[in-house]
Design a binder for this molecule. Structure first.
Ligand code: FPP
Length: 246
């Protein structure tokens, strides 16, 4: 992995760093197709991009990096592709523990983790346990995640609370609601990057991205590198965030 040139990182204003960066990693399939390779090779190359981006995010001082790794809708892909993504996920998690610890990265997940197989859950839980005392980058893998499902899960939990009497309907506000989302306790993303040119949210962090700055690049995820991340952050830093005010 190439260390990032200091001069590149120097383009970033450390006082205006996005705290939370979220990424829709798209284009693995197209990357593979362009090379006449099976889609699974695209996902494999996508893992190398994940490693590059995690390392440079930790180096830059980003606090939270959320990666859209597997959506609820992704189960509809051919079975072999689903299996290969899941295998890559567990294999990478196992192999990268030492590297995550070396970089002071703490791993967490967001989504219906109970929908993954027992073995996959165990690998993830063990990695979370082994990295839980790290206080550098928080690497949040969105797994078996769907934004609408997340909102419905929150509504259900709140409705139960109202029924049992420990939540009063007029206590329900944005703050309370956000505390029932899978991302409870995390600040909303400041910057959302989507690779491979598609201009949609694809059911990702629907509630949390209300005021998030969007950055779309044509670069396919397996080609996304350190410089592409720096470019996205520099672009973000040129924007004026008004949050609805003048
Ligand atoms: C989108 O490309 C990519 C995915 C659905 C999978 C992302 C998974 C990885 C990069 C591997 C595991 C990750 C970690 C964190 C170890 P696509 O298949 O939708 O591409 P296409 O739109 O070109 O078909």
């Amino acid at each position: 992995m190439n260390p990032v040139e200091k001069s590149q990182i120097g383009k970033i204003d450390p006082a205006k760093l996005p705290v939370h960066v979220a990424i829709i990693m798209d284009g693995n399939g197209r990357w593979a197709k362009k090379r006449d390779l099976p889609r699974t090779d695209g996902h494999e190359a996508g893992v190398s991009a994940v490693k590059r981006v995690v390392k440079v995010s930790a180096q830059i001082g980003i606090k939270i990096l959320t990666l859209y790794t597997f959506s609820i809708e992704n189960w509809k892909r051919p079975r072999e592709e689903v299996t290969s993504i899941m295998r890559l996920l567990t294999r990478t998690t196992r192999h990268e523990i030492d590297e995550l610890n070396r970089n002071n990265v703490r791993l967490i997940t967001t989504g219906q983790i109970e929908g993954l197989s027992f073995t996959r859950r165990q690998v993830l839980q063990s990695a979370m346990e082994k990295t839980k005392n790290n206080n550098g980058l928080l690497l949040n893998l969105a797994l078996n995640y769907g934004g609408r499902t997340e909102i419905i899960d929150a509504v259900r939990a709140i409705a139960k609370g109202v029924k049992s009497g420990h939540i009063k309907p007029n206590e329900i506000d944005e703050k309370l609601f956000a505390n029932y989302l899978y991302t409870a306790g995390l600040p909303d993303p400041d910057l959302l990057i989507r690779t491979s040119g598609e201009k949609r949210l694809s059911n990702f962090l629907l509630w949390q991205t209300s005021y998030t700055e969007l950055y779309i690049t044509d670069v396919l995820w397996p080609d996304f590198d350190e410089d592409d991340l720096i470019k996205a952050i520099v672009n973000y830093q040129m924007r004026e965030r008004r949050f609805g005010k003048v």
